[in-house]
Design a protein around this ligand. Structure first.
Ligand code: UD1
Ligand code: MG
Length: 457
């Protein structure tokens, strides 16, 4: 049976008080709408139709999914009016699943259960019992059977006592949906075309109306304000943290742990407080991450230790840290930093687009950019590669076992041969042969017994 998914995302989100359309606000690093689309993409739908309106151009440019099409709703005259806009894009028959762009954590299993409950013949509503149902459409039942949804603003005091509410998600036989939508009226308190009015139409047409419930309440929580967004973020992060801990990851504090992307962890991984993982990050067996690290798009191999306050950002190129390497505290690894095994990068050292072979060390206050660094190189404190001439970038090649003395400037392009030594404070502009000592600084002058000038009286 054909499955179409309609995602409503035309609303303004006034209470966000933001110039960004509500559905583009981010939860765990992904827009609210993208969460819904990613889940929708797993349901095997033939078409995913997203209704846009407020900020339509921004929304349409920001999200993606297979079989995705956009339908615009201008102006926005209610949820029924929204789905009416999608009618031409729907199959003639089959099932239409309706989701909300601002309810990001709906699970695929719940959506699938809703589609199964519909089975192409029934109107299936996702409902939940809430302690505080204010603002929601109430599920009105007679005996066990659902008779109608009454919007909060249209409800009688007795109906407002009902705790079972409509979550905004339903699965409907597509042929019937089209017929019912064409009969909607807006004679209600808000003067809107309510999608929820199709429930009473189904009852009148003797079509069965069934209700399914989500596995967890978090699945149906919508975002209308910055406070709700932050609350949902914490609930989501808490659930992720529990999942990592259940897999054996030791988190110092699950409340101070944020994953905004995909994190994979080996065994015996430890993460101290206030760490943020973004994009695609993998941590090998026995990796330890100190407090206050931000790590994005990086692969960190087994037993590496990332000391506190380290910032790793692989951007598009990625960062690699080899087995047993020690990074930080206060280190910065930028795109294309590719570190071998047992590499040491110490405090206030920045590495960009450089490979460091096994056992290389840069322990203090240094910059390595566009460099190829051999095994066991010792790169002294305060040294930098001058890789940029104001127009182009050039490479610095430092072969195995080179010692670069403190406070050296290596003006690229330049090559230091294997085992060479650079005297501290040198500015190296020419290649240095293997095994040589290069010193490139003013010679020390000593004037014995030199009288220091004194102030004239
Ligand atoms: C809706 C339901 C209510 C349910 C609640 C759950 C209706 C009439 N009411 O109420 O029963 O309990 O959701 O959260 O459906 N939208 C459009 N175009 C429009 C209007 C809305 O795309 O013209 C989108 C909004 O962006 C949002 C969703 O539809 O994603 C729901 O709209 P909203 O205004 O929040 O509906 P509620 O009044 O909360
Ligand atoms: Mg709402």
């Amino acid at each position: 049976m054909a499955l179409d998914i309609v995602i409503m995302a035309a609303g303004k989100g006034t209470r966000m008080k933001s110039s960004l359309p509500k559905v583009l606000h981010k939860l765990a690093g992904r827009s609210l709408l993208q969460h819904v689309l990613d889940t929708a993409a797993t349901l095997g739908a033939d078409r995913i139709i997203t209704i846009t309106g407020h900020g339509a151009e921004l929304v349409e440019a920001a999200v993606q999914a297979p079989h995705l099409q956009f339908v615009r709703q201008m102006p926005q005259l209610g949820t029924g009016h929204a789905v009416q806009q999608a009618v031409p894009a729907l199959h003639a028959e089959g099932i239409t699943l309706i989701l909300n762009g601002d309810v990001p954590l709906i699970r695929a299993e719940t959506a699938r259960a809703l589609v199964e409950a519909c089975d192409g013949t029934r109107l299936a509503l996702l409902t939940i019992d809430l302690a505080d149902a204010a603002g929601y459409g109430r599920i009105v039942r007679e005996g066990d059977s659902v008779r109608a949804i009454v919007e909060h603003k249209d409800a009688t005091p007795a109906q407002r006592e009902i705790r079972e509410v409509y979550t905004g998600m339903m699965a409907v036989p597509t042929g019937l949906l089209k017929r019912w939508l064409s009969q909607l009226k807006n004679d209600n308190v808000q003067g809107e075309y309510y999608l929820t009015d199709i429930v009473a139409m189904a009852v009148a047409d003797q079509v069965a109306v069934v209700a399914a419930q989500p596995v967890a309440e978090v699945e149906v929580l919508g975002v209308n304000s910055p406070v709700q967004l932050a609350e949902l973020e914490r609930l989501h992060q808490r659930a992720l943290a529990v999942r990592f801990m259940d897999a054996g990851v030791r988190l110092a504090d699950p409340a101070r742990f944020d994953v905004r992307g995909t994190l994979t962890c080996g065994t015996d991984v430890e993460v101290d407080v206030n760490c943020v993982f973004e994009g695609d990050v993998s941590l090998g067996d026995g990796v330890r991450i100190g407090a206050n690290c931000v790590i994005r798009n990086a692969r960190i191999a087994a037993n590496a230790v990332i000391h506190p306050f380290t910032h790793i950002d692989g951007e598009a190129l990625g960062v690699k840290v080899g087995t047993g390497s020690l990074i930080g505290p206060f280190a910065r690894l930028r795109p294309g930093a590719d570190l071998g095994n047992d590499v040491h990068i110490g405090n206030f050292v920045e590495v960009k687009n450089s490979t460091l072979a096994n056992g290389a060390k840069a322990n203090h206050l240094a910059y390595l950019g566009d460099a190829t660094v051999g095994e066991r190189v010792n790169y002294g404190a305060g040294s930098i590669t001058a890789n940029y001439d104001g127009a182009n970038k050039h490479r610095t090649v430092i072969e195995a076992d080179v010692h670069v003395g403190s406070n050296s400037v290596l003006v690229a392009p330049v090559k230091l041969g294997a085992g060479a030594t650079i005297g501290g404070g040198s500015t190296i502009t020419k290649d240095v042969p293997a095994g040589a000592l290069a010193v490139a600084r003013g010679k020390q002058v000593v004037l014995e017994g030199w009288p220091r000038p004194v102030k004239k009286k």
